[in-house]
Design a binder for this molecule. Structure first.
Ligand code: FAD
Length: 264
């Protein structure tokens, strides 16, 4: 790990000022992705801008039919929040399955969505629940947010402040976890709500993606057999990992079936 300047701004505006015009500055939230990257010398930021002293980013609140979760809320806080458990139990359960207790105690929802690991769990939730990523300057629909492998629509100096989830009628997440890291080899989130049925997959591609064919068939008949019938093309899935594209395609169907059944 190289030396860096450490900053602890007291507001989002001050954090943005520290990032602006300095491409070598990096925001630090829970550090559960960034610190391993620094230890492996895969990034050499000149400045780390910690969000730890910024107030107002750790709140979970209901606003009408939306559940709004602050960017600095940890995975453990999401998993154990009475509000999240009551309004979107599928999301609480997803957060409770991230990594291990140490990761859940430090890692944040904002950090996870900013990092956009293709095997992370929250991207599936954001897409399936039709979430909005709220930043210091705008709101980005989840459908427009994930742009590629570890890539998002965020500008280099843009800070996620909260994530807004419309509360669905029902939702559930099923994941086939990597046995060591618990990252998703494949994870599928299914949600049924005012916006219709949405199904999102993580782990199987270079970024999380939706399954429109399964969404259409579940909109007609919300039954788990739809998952077995859906066509998941192995050619669209990732290669070179611990699982072949054919195996990943099979897992997508199995996890989708489990998520649909858990919704019922
Ligand atoms: C062993 C291990 C197992 C794991 N298992 C899982 C798993 O099963 N499922 C899973 O989903 N994840 C898993 N993770 C990742 C974990 O969830 C991380 O917490 C998460 O990816 C990053 O969140 P963080 O708060 O730690 O962000 P940090 O590491 O602090 O930051 C990550 C990146 O996001 C940027 N960033 C942070 N906050 C913001 C913000 N508010 N706005 C804009 N940019 C920001 C940082 O600049 C950095 O580039 C695992 C990690 C490890 C080390």
């Amino acid at each position: 790990m190289r030396n860096f300047e450490f900053h602890r701004p007291q507001s989002v505006a001050d954090a943005v000022t520290l990032l602006k015009g300095n491409d070598a500055a990096k925001l630090l939230a829970g550090g559960q992705s960034l610190i391993p990257i620094l230890k492996l010398d895969l990034a050499q930021p000149s400045d780390l801008v910690s969000l730890a002293g910024v107030p107002g980013l750790k709140e979970i609140r209901s606003e009408g039919n939306d559940l709004v979760i602050g960017a600095l809320v940890t995975h453990d806080e999401v998993a154990n929040s009475p509000e999240v458990k009551k309004r979107i139990p599928g999301l609480a359960s997803l957060a409770g399955g991230i990594g291990d207790a140490q990761i859940r105690n430090r890692g944040t929802i904002g950090g996870s969505l900013a990092h956009a690991d293709p095997a992370a769990d929250y991207p599936a939730a954001a897409l399936a629940l039709g979430a909005t990523i709220v930043t210091d300057r705008r709101s980005i629909a989840a459908d427009d947010y994930f742009t590629g492998l570890f890539s998002t629509a965020l500008a280099p100096d843009e800070i996620i402040t909260a994530v807004r989830f419309p509360v669905p009628e029902r939702s559930a997440y099923a994941k086939f976890p990597h046995p060591a890291s618990k990252y998703a080899v494949v994870g599928v989130m299914v949600a049924k709500g005012a916006g219709g049925v949405r199904v999102a997959v993580t782990g199987a591609g270079s970024k999380a993606f939706r399954l429109p064919a399964l969404e259409a068939s579940l909109s007609e008949n919300f039954a788990s057999r739809a998952a077995s019938a859906v066509d998941v093309a192995p050619g669209d899935l990732r290669t070179g990992g611990e699982a072949s594209p054919e195996y990943l395609a099979h897992l997508v169907k199995v996890m989708a079936k489990r998520a649909i059944e858990a919704c019922q």
